[in-house]
Design a binder for this molecule. Structure first.
Ligand code: BGO
Length: 260
């Protein structure tokens, strides 16, 4: 028998995540806590088109910077439990803000399907979203949904199954423009050579080090001095001097797709 496909349902608060989760799992769900923390963990199951799915509802987050408990829980689940697919529920009527989280899953290198939820709201505001173009630009499947009506949920599961069968992660890399890219690439090579990334994507680790991410700092630097720390500090200082902004802000701005 084929093993169930594990889906982690992610998204900004109020994107319709719970509505999608309920549609997928119906009454087949139970509530517990993520290990060691008082963050509620909803899990459920569904069967569709002859396949079984294990569905985990991640805490609603705007980002994966691991600054809040919810972000840490969502990020660690994806990194440590390695769900087959992250289904990122995006509020299509508030696309720019919601795609910020999607870019971070893409950067993590995990298989992602984006649900363009609340497409009814976007359309009622006169917006037309070209999901094929958006899908090509971000390198991940995009499925329009109206979760309250169950519209697009079958197509969402179909996209999940296709992705699992193709065993594919995102096809593109989020790029950070000519000022930051050379530094990210140089640091990525150093992270790779150091062997400190473990099973993580070295480019993701390099970006997180530049962002001064506490958890990644601990993971990489607690093993003693491996030469990376000096490089990270020097790169950060250089970026701040050239761009005139904090490195973390410079990275976030470019992730939002400002024109650089
Ligand atoms: C209320 N379309 C529309 N129009 N609404 C949607 C869609 C969609 O595709 N998907 C979800 N909603 P959650 P998080 C509500 O609860 O799933 C609505 O935080 C109300 N409640 O019904 O909770 C959904 O889990 C009173 O709306 O989001 C919900 O991500 C009046 O979006 C809201 C109006 O969905 C958030 C709406 C008492």
């Amino acid at each position: 028998m084929e093993r169930p496909i594990t889906i982690a349902v992610a998204g900004n608060p109020n994107s319709g995540k719970t509505t999608v989760f309920n549609h997928l799992t119906g009454a087949r769900q139970h509530v517990g806590n993520y290990p060691g923390v008082t963050v509620e963990k909803k899990e459920g199951a569904c069967r569709w088109n002859g396949r079984d799915f294990h569905v985990v509802d991640l805490p609603g987050t705007y980002s994966l910077t691991a600054r809040s408990l919810e972000e840490r829980v969502a990020r660690n689940f994806v990194i440590n439990e390695r769900p087959d697919v992250v289904v990122d529920i995006v509020d299509a009527s508030n696309l720019e803000r919601n795609l910020y989280l999607a870019t971070q899953f893409i950067e993590l290198g995990v298989p992602v399907v984006v649900a363009l939820n609340m497409i009814d709201v976007a359309e009622s505001q006169g917006e037309h979203i070209d999901e094929e173009l958006l899908s090509r630009l971000l390198g991940v499947p995009m499925v329009p949904t109206v979760a309250t009506k169950g519209k697009g949920i079958d197509a969402l599961l179909e996209a999940v199954v296709s992705l699992v069968e193709a065993a594919g992660g995102p096809e593109i890399q989020i790029r950070y423009g000519p000022e930051l890219e050379p530094h990210i690439e140089e640091l990525t090579a150093k992270v790779e050579a150091s062997g400190q990334a473990g099973e993580l994507n070295p480019r993701w680790v390099a970006i997180k080090l530049l962002e001064n991410d506490d958890e990644v700092n601990t993971r990489v630097f607690d093993d003693g001095d491996n030469g990376l720390l000096e490089q990270v500090l020097a790169t950060r200082a250089h970026i701040e001097q050239v761009i005139g902004d904090d490195t973390e802000i410079a990275i976030a701005d470019r992730r939002y797709g400002c024109d650089y």
